[in-house]
Unconditional design. Structure first.
Length: 196
C-alpha cells in the first residue's frame, strides 16, 4: 500500500465520526462509527491478495507438473490431450506429476462445516484421474485441495515445485473461467487450460 493511503483511510473514518458527534451528538457519532467499522470489515474481508504465485525451487532438472482436476479425466483421448499440452513423458529423466482435486463444498455444507462429502467426491475424481494417467504410463501423486481453485493451486505451490500447472475443466463450473483468468495473470510458472 502506498504510504499516503493509510492517513487518507484514517481521515475518512475519523472525520465523519467527529462531525456526527459535533453536529447532532453522541447518538449520530456512534452510529456513524459503527457504520464505518462495519464498512471497513466488509471491505477487508472481501480483499484477496493478487500478488504473483510462485513455486519453490526444486534443485533438480526434472519437470514438475501440477494437474488440477476440476473434472474427472477418464477417456484416453482426454489423457492424451493433457499429456500433449503439458509435454508429460517426453523427457528421459521422467516427469514428477501431482494431481490436485479441489473439494467442491456446497453452501449449506460450508456453514455446517460438513466437508466430508466434498472431500470424498474430490478423492473419487482423484482416483479416476490418477488411474487414467497410470493406464497411459504416467505415474502421479494425488492431493485434495481447497474449493477455490486459485487458493488450492497457491497452497500446493507452497511445497510443490511445479514448473507447469494444467487446469482440467469441463464446461463452466462455478468460476472455473474466473480461475483461468486469475491463474494466467498471477502464476510465475507455465500455465495451460484443458477444457474437456
Amino acid at each position: 500500500m502506498a504510504p499516503w493511503k493509510l492517513p487518507l483511510i484514517v481521515a475518512g473514518l475519523v472525520v465523519p465520526i467527529v462531525a456526527g458527534f459535533l453536529t447532532v451528538g453522541p447518538a449520530l457519532g456512534v452510529a456513524i462509527g459503527a457504520l464505518a467499522v462495519l464498512t471497513l470489515l466488509v471491505v477487508a474481508a472481501r480483499q484477496r491478495p493478487y500478488g504473483p504465485i510462485g513455486a519453490p525451487s526444486s534443485g533438480d532438472a526434472r519437470r514438475h507438473v501440477l494437474i488440477v482436476a476440476a473434472e474427472s479425466v477418464e477417456e484416453p483421448a482426454d489423457v492424451a490431450r493433457i499429456t500433449e499440452v503439458a509435454r508429460i513423458g517426453r523427457e528421459r529423466d521422467g516427469d514428477d506429476v501431482r494431481v490436485l482435486a479441489p473439494a467442491r463444498i456446497g453452501f449449506l455444507d460450508r456453514w455446517a462445516s460438513d466437508v466430508e462429502g466434498a472431500r470424498r467426491q474430490a478423492q473419487q475424481r482423484l482416483v479416476v484421474t490418477v488411474a487414467a494417467l497410470a493406464k497411459a504410463g504416467v505415474e502421479a501423486e494425488a492431493r485434495v485441495g481447497d474449493e477455490d481453485i486459485v487458493q488450492a493451486v497457491e497452497d500446493q505451490l507452497q511445497s510443490y515445485p511445479a514448473t507447469e500447472v494444467v487446469l482440467v475443466s469441463g464446461g463452466d463450473q462455478g468460476g472455473t473461467d474466473d480461475a483461468v483468468v486469475e491463474l494466467r495473470s498471477r502464476l510465475e510458472t507455465g500455465f495451460h487450460h484443458v477444457r474437456l
